[in-house]
Design a protein around this ligand. Structure first.
Ligand SMILES: [Zn+2]
Length: 356
């Protein structure tokens, strides 16, 4: 009997160790040390010069306001959404190198390192790479649930995904691990509506009702549609928008589910050319687009986005316009902060926009 008891004690200790064992070495570039002042602009000009911006800090969420913070993780995604009643949703966290920064920023916004939900848009390292470190090294608390597209232990073949899966499914976790389905809602209080517009299924190889032919995990990205009064926001991970051997044009299928024009749009897949295609932008007609990237923009995707409305980027973008001569300059906003008090208007980095 004692031997059995001893075995179980060692088994539980081993499980805990495995779940918090150090993840594989990071591949991200080091995080930026300065926090430049937010002033994103798009300004074609003959000479591509942008002034360096002085540092700033993310601000504390105030009761009654919707706050969306797109955190700068260079090439990757990380965003924190806080509802007017204080419920919070963390979507993606960038690579492991950014875990200390993300921990610091969440504390700055919420006053604690605790969120109600974490959602993995998909399983690439630049989206979930830092999560286990946030839990194990920094003490992140997820109060209610970790949300993703499911798919089990073999949904994606990477050591980072296997570490993520082992951690969120360990039996001692206080939060639930929930597989989202299209049409599911995420409850952040009565003022906000958050619908899962699209949830890829890598078992059935589908997303937005179409068969996924490509082999890239981006194709299975979860798309959320957030509504706060008149304000509408699309955020869809790294959804693909072109048919190649690697990717499938899922954007065209998902565009059919867009209920109305979006006030705010987080560009899919860091504004790389295989995404943000004409049919999606036609459906979304975004007033403001946020781009989370490391500064390397693609002309085709950028031109489509720039023509659609205002653009804010986490890092400086310099690219050439269609004439291959005119520079497109988009200043870096570092962390991009969006605030709305009643949904009728929203403020992006100090600029006020009216919701449609
Ligand atoms: Zn990505």
């Amino acid at each position: 009997m004692k031997n059995i008891l001893r075995f179980w004690i060692w088994f539980v200790l081993w499980l805990t160790w495995v779940a918090c064992a150090p993840p594989p070495p990071p591949t991200a570039t080091p995080p930026p040390t300065a926090l430049p002042q937010p002033t994103a602009t798009m300004q074609p000009s003959a000479t591509p010069t942008l002034e360096p911006m002085p540092p700033t800090e993310v601000s504390r969420w105030q009761p009654g306001q919707l706050m969306i913070v797109l955190l700068d993780v260079r090439h990757g995604d990380a965003q924190l959404i806080v509802s007017p009643t204080g419920e919070s949703l963390l979507i993606d966290v960038g690579e492991q190198d950014y875990a200390p920064t993300i921990a610091e920023k969440i504390r700055a916004v919420l006053g604690k390192l605790e969120v109600d939900y974490f959602l993995a848009s998909h399983y690439h390292v630049d989206h979930i790479g830092g999560l286990v470190s946030l839990f194990c090294d920094h003490g992140l608390v997820v109060r209610k649930a970790v949300l993703d597209r499911g798919g089990g232990a073999t949904a994606y073949d990477s050591s980072v995904y296997r570490g993520y899966y082992a951690y969120v499914n360990a039996p001692e976790r206080a939060f639930k691990h929930i597989r989202l389905s299209p049409g599911d809602k995420i409850d952040l209080g009565p003022a906000l509506k958050i619908d899962a517009l699209a949830v890829g299924d890598s078992d059935a190889r589908t997303n937005c009702g179409m068969t996924v032919q490509g082999k890239n995990d981006n194709d299975y990205s979860i798309v959320l549609w957030l509504t706060f009064g008149a304000f509408d926001y699309w955020t869809g991970g790294d959804l693909s928008g072109m048919d190649t051997l690697e990717y499938t044009n899922v954007e065209a299928a998902c565009a059919k589910f867009v209920p109305r024009p979006a006030d705010l749009f987080k560009a899919n897949h860091h504004a790389i050319s295989t995404n943000n295609n004409a049919s999606l932008l036609q459906a979304l007609q975004p007033q403001v687009t946020l781009i989370s990237l490391d500064g390397i923009g693609n002309t085709d995707a950028l031109m489509r986005i720039v023509k659609a409305g205002s653009v804010f980027a986490t890092n400086r973008i310099i690219a050439l316009a269609e004439d291959k001569k005119t520079p497109i300059l988009i200043n870096d906003s570092d962390d991009i902060i969006v605030i709305s008090r009643d949904g009728s208007e929203f403020v992006v980095e100090g600029t006020v926009f009216k919701s449609r």
